[in-house]
Structures are given as C-alpha cells and as structure tokens.
Design a protein around this ligand. Sequence first.
Ligand code: 5RP
Length: 229
Amino acid sequence: MNAKAAAARRAVTYVQNGMILGLGTGSTAACAIEAIGERIRQEGLRVQGVPTSARSEELARQWNIPIRSLSGSLEIDLTIDGADEVDTALNLIKGGGGALVREKIVAVASRERLIIVDESKQTPVLGAFPLPVAVIPFGWESTQRQLQALCPDVRLRAASDGSPYRTDDGLYLLDLPMGRIEDPAALEAALKRMVGVVEVGLFVGLTTRLIVGYTDGRIEERVPTDAPA
Ligand code: 5RP
C-alpha cells in the first residue's frame, strides 16, 4: 500500500457510526473517501459526508456515502483532508487541488480535523509550495498588483486549456511562491485584509491530528501538543 493510502486508512479508523464527516479533496483525501466506502460496504457503517469539492462529491456518491450539505447549524464531527505542506506546529498550506475555500469552511465547521499526508509534505517552515490565494475574478489584476507587494512572482493559475483556472465557486487562484513563511498567522491576516481576496490556503491552528504515511510502511500520528514550542 502506498504512503498516502496507508495514512488514509489509519485516519478512517477514527470514523464511528453516526458521524457527519467532512470529505477533503485531493489524491490522499480520495483514498480516505474510498476507505470510508469500503467500511460502508463491509460493515454497514452509517455516516454522512459533506464534500469539499464537486470531485469529492462524485467520488463519495460512487462509494455510496450519503451526502449532506453544510446547511443550517450543521456541525461536522470529523473532517479528513490532505495538505500540500505541514510544518512542525501542524500549520498547513492547502489548495494545490484548488478547493481551499470549501476546505476551510468545512474545517472550521468541524469538531476534529484530521490531516493525512505522505512524508514528502513535511517541512520545518512553510512556503516552498506556492501559497494558493482565492480571489474574485472581477478586477483580479488589481488584486494581483496588491499581492505583488508581498510576493513579486505571484501568478494566475491556469487550467489545462490555458484559460484561468476556476474553483467550484467560480473564483480565480493566484499562487504565491513565498519561499519561506516565518509567521503564517500574520501572513494570513495580511492577505485577508486585501480587497478582492476571498480566502488564503494557510490553515493555522486548525489541525487536531496529523497522520503521516512513510514509504517504508511506518505511520506516525501527531497532535498539536507534540509540536516543539
Ligand atoms: C486540495 C488540497 C489537497 O489536500 C492538497 O492539494 C493535497 O493533495 P494531494 O493529497 O493530492 O497531495 O488542499 O485543495
């Protein structure tokens, strides 16, 4: 089994009957959706899922996971999602798969947030992975100019046909190759103050448990209190 699938399978051992689950997006989260589907088939597990993207919703339907929308005062018991980078304090960069806005809304609505990664996603300091920022398409060049003050190399994400990539909510994504993010919380706050910015792919203080799969078969679990001060 590969490292992503191993981490996902461990994560799904935390799923219990009756839970409302946040279903993440990306290849690692997809392994978790499949593992949940297998438990439904084999054990009759009863859960409902709130998907973070159209892709994850489609996969969940294929695996017969009942879908819930995030409406009213719905509280999610547990969200399982991947990440592009995770630092030693369990802060994340997310949004490589383009779903950061829904992922953050679902994360914030969840009691527990379980992040699953392979070993390659671990880093002492965030920033090697270009930071995704979701912006309103109207006037995006003006928003890009504001962002250039923080990251001169900011670039618009393109779809495979060369047109601007659009999220499930019709937003554009600007990717910021920051190099090194010394203070993720301060950067997130600064970016969110900019007009035109909808959401930032920094997930600070949200991870309640990290599961890391290694290519040699090991699996490690960490909670925020394990992180060095
Ligand atoms: C999608 C995400 C994904 O969790 C992130 O891109 C990791 O993806 P993968 O599991 O395919 O490596 O944030 O918006």
